[in-house]
Write a protein of this length. Sequence first.
Length: 180
Amino acid sequence: MNHMRVAFLVAPEGVEQVELTEPWKAVRDAGGDPTLVSTAPGEIQAFDHLDKADTFPVDRTVSETGAADYDGLVLPGGVANPDALRTDPAAVSFVKGFFDAGKPVAAICHAPWTLIEADVVRGRTLTSWPSLRTDLRNAGATWVDEQVKVCTATPSTLITSRKPDDLNAFCTAFLKEFGS
């Protein structure tokens, strides 16, 4: 992953902190270059479940960048984060751009809500937080209850995971796929 550029897309508020920080650390430790992308400049507010946690500086906004600037995309979860992202047309377009370009995407927990809005789950097999099961099926995906699921359907590899307890498997899987 030496010098691989990886975008982490998060809303200004509501990302589950550990679902941002652990994958970020995994990318850094593997020699990659993570970038925090959001829908607004400034800082994002992370949460530890429902409690405010740390803030993190935004590197770029979705209006300043696109899929062409990165080698892969990570979508952290939290309930509020993907719910906000899926209502932002620029964020949805940013995500869709990775699929259109055939670049790998990794999403954990509630993050597949944004994938549904980008209309990129049809015909794919993925996992998520269990409450998204019906949403994903209604969007044309096959949902499985697995720690991590790698779907290599074209044009983009999609790596998904269920929850913070699955972070080790998630990071291992997406690093492998991003590096190949």
